[in-house]
Design a protein around this ligand. Structure first.
Ligand code: IPD
Length: 267
């Protein structure tokens, strides 16, 4: 059984509650009021309502903690040492297109360190949990990153920059390099689930640029607690602040980093 701290318990309960509403919304997609926030950046009423539920539930249990949320931005609490980082729907574009690959992502930071994480896909009822120093779990089953060591047998996940985002040429160079050396590449559309996929060994690695902290905070802790390595795309420790991530096991991380760096130099 996973070790579930009181905070992680509160976070997973909040995700389950918000998830029930999201499932209803997903079933009634045609009735959703969708508003356009910017190019390829849709925000639905479901997104806003889900964040509201999460904040209500989390702040009822931990009234002093701060928040960083996709919809509400940053809110400081009287307790400056704790902050929840919340993405109510990671994979919003999938959600709006009726593709059941999206998740609620909640991380808890204590004094700047990620300490607890929840990534929950309510459609398939997959609840990923991690607690710093206590491992990562999927529905109570302990997770380990994949053991594969060679690029040739590896399946990688990534995220493609879309309209209005920079880095298209570099991304094409990276994809070309990785597809020539690996078993395949997937672009699933929810970074939190891509990272959860690395933690569970479904994917051998994941990289993406241009992410927000709420897309990846919980997933980063999942990978680390499943024994994987997470860095930025220069191999440094600043993934969250730099908005870019490279996650894989110990053997594949340096190989993928080298491949992507060389692709970038040429691209
Ligand atoms: C998005 C997803 C997607 C990634 C985008 C993110 P959102 O998050 O994680 O996989 O490629 O960069 O913005 O907007 O659905 O929360």
């Amino acid at each position: 059984m996973p070790y579930i701290s009181p905070a992680l318990n509160v976070m997973s309960a909040a995700a389950r509650k918000a998830g029930r509403g999201l499932i209803r919304d997903f079933g009634e997609l045609e009735n959703l009021q969708v508003s356009l926030k910017g190019p390829a950046d849709f925000v639905s009423t479901a997104d806003e309502r889900t964040e509201r539920i999460l904040i209500e539930e989390l702040s009822r249990a931990r009234p002093g903690y701060g928040f960083l949320g996709e919809e509400g931005g940053a809110r400081e609490g009287p307790d400056k040492t704790h902050r929840f980082i919340v993405d109510p729907i990671d994979g919003t574009t999938n959600f709006l297109h009726g593709i059941p690959i999206f998740a609620i992502s909640i991380a808890l930071e204590r004094e700047g360190q990620l300490v607890s994480a929840v990534v929950y896909n309510p459609v398939v009822d997959e609840m990923y949990l991690a607690e710093k120093g206590h491992g990562a779990y999927l529905n109570n089953k302990r997770l380990r990153v994949a053991a594969r060591k060679s690029l040739a047998e590896s399946l990688f996940a990534t995220g493609a920059p879309f309209m209005g985002r920079p880095g298209h040429a570099r991304f094409l160079a990276e994809i070309k390099a990785v597809m020539g050396r690996s078993s395949g590449i997937r672009r699933c559309g929810a970074a939190s689930l891509d990272l959860a996929g690395v933690a569970s060994g479904r994917f051998d690695g994941f990289w993406e640029r241009g992410l927000n902290q709420w897309d990846m905070a919980a997933g980063i802790l999942l990978v680390r607690e499943a024994g994987g390595i997470v860095t930025d795309l220069e191999g440094g420790p600043r993934a969250l602040d730099a908005g870019q991530v490279l996650a894989a096991n110990e053997s594949l991380h340096p190989q993928l980093l080298k491949l992507l760096t060389e692709a970038g130099d040429e691209g």
